[in-house]
Write a protein that binds this ligand. Sequence first.
Ligand code: PLP
Length: 417
Amino acid sequence: FDSLAATDPEIADVVLGELDRLRGGLQLIASENFTSPAVLAALGSTLSNKYAEGYPGRRYYGGCAQVDVAEEIGIARAKELFGAEHANLQPHSGASANLAAYAAFCQPGDVVLAMDLKQGGHLTHGSKVNFSGRWFEPVSYGVRQDTELIDYDQVRDLALAHRPRMIVAGATAYPRLIDFSAFRAIADEVDAILMVDAAHFIGLVAGKVIPSPVPFADVVTFTTHKVLRGPRGGMIVSRAEHAKAIDKAVFPFSQGGPLMHAVAAKAVALKEAASSEYQGYATQVVANAAALAKGLEVEGMRVVSGGTDTHLALLDVRPLDVTGAEAERRCGAADITLNKNAIPFDPAPPATASGIRIGSPSVTTQGMTEPEMAEIARLIGRAVRAEPGTGSGDADHAAVAEAVRTIAAAHPAYPRD
Ligand code: PLP
């Protein structure tokens, strides 16, 4: 860090400012986490300099002996951890992994059946502003209005009606377990490829606290930076029969040179995720999300689908007479970072939304457990009820921010020096 501060004090200030933000507040964004110093060391290494187009032993550049070792170790660890026949560590992000999976199996214009963005799906699941909606023919399924759980009857009906080339299971804002065997049965019935976008929950699969999609799916894509706690990036695991198609879809179809520092950092994260300590972490992530959801219900919010089986919960904030956007803003005023989120059948536009999404990966990495979750839920309730711009509201936000600082200081995200 000293060399960065000497060369570029402005950017050094940003890095320190972000560190202070993390240390001084509570991070409840469900898709974020705090990587280990070992992962950060690999990310900040000279492997960033190396061009390595191709795959280990089959590169288009010389000098790849060392990076080949890193990628081979990472591939072996991914296969072992997920019980997969093939792994590709090169996707630069979750969206890049999804683009590669689409490219491996579909042609432009093919029908892809995936979860509706408004009900928890991701942009890459068929949004018109994304490649998935522009180059493919998206058909969307959602959740049942009464249970707010995936409507498997609707998935089957749509599959039979539209005969998709590929079915995508997985979501960005779905708090419950997904029935992969039901998706497999539907995919088999219509002869479709089953892709599972496991970005959100793959860390819980790695930690062996929720069922794995790997035995059911043709291909599983995911990000490496969420519960899995690796560097920002993507990964794909698949059946051996699809290995060639997947690898070609990543390079040379959709990417050039891999980010070898990130590939090495993914290998480090996979080693960490195979440890018993990480299994304990994953177990606590789920327990903490449940405790947060329960606490927020006590504060008057409605828990979408009645609970959570994972690292995240969706809360309908309308009972507190605020929008999701306003709840996000009020929490932000008290140094609690979370995001507004549409809830199923949300009457409000996405920019306002009626819900918030909370996640436990970061606070669990900090070592917090159920008692802190109960306290955090109380603080969120207080922050959301406090009206900014009014004397008592502003005082409440200041008081909550002070309590947040005390909790965060007792469980620092990273050291300052
Ligand atoms: N798929 C799902 C389900 C996601 O939630 C996300 C990101 O949040 C992605 C894909 C895309 O990942 P990235 O932001 O790394 O491109």
